[in-house]
Design a binder for this molecule. Structure first.
Ligand code: FES
Length: 138
């Protein structure tokens, strides 16, 4: 076996070993597709990051969700993305609805479309306040 032939055979052997090691899982283990995680998190309303929630009509974005202070004790939470083409929606307190600045779709306080071009409603999440903590969950 000359040097060139040795290098080729050694490379092939290393490749087979690497594949065998990577392709064999311990008994009983399977590769699962990543499941979509459920939304469930809590924010501290005293955190300066959420200062806009101190006033009624204020809103913030956290974990791809828009959180709105609707009243003294009422908070709303929806996905922050417009269902038309994923613009980031805003809460318009004076008009009491959500609006997308991209093509101006509008959504009511339940997330239903009140002005197209969006067709589908926003996904709404539940909120639960406990003192200065606000939980957002499905
Ligand atoms: S992306 Fe929101 S209306 Fe088009």
């Amino acid at each position: 076996m000359d040097r060139k032939e040795f290098i080729i055979k050694a490379g092939m052997f290393a490749g087979v070993c690497a594949c065998a090691g990577a392709c064999v899982l311990p008994k009983g283990e399977q590769i699962e597709p990543k499941k979509e995680e459920k939304i469930d998190f809590t924010i501290d309303l005293t955190n300066s990051k959420f200062a806009d929630l101190q006033k009624i009509g204020g809103f913030v974005y956290e974990k791809l969700i828009i959180i709105v202070r609707k009243g003294d004790t009422e908070f709303l939470a929806f996905t922050q993305y417009c269902t038309h083409a994923s613009g980031v929606i805003k809460f318009i307190a004076q008009k009491n609805h959500f609006e997308c600045p991209v093509h101006y779709s509008q959504f009511d306080l339940e997330g239903k479309v009140i002005q197209s071009p969006a067709i589908n409603p926003l996904k709404k999440y539940k909120t639960e306040r406990n003192g200065n903590l606000l939980r957002i969950f499905e």
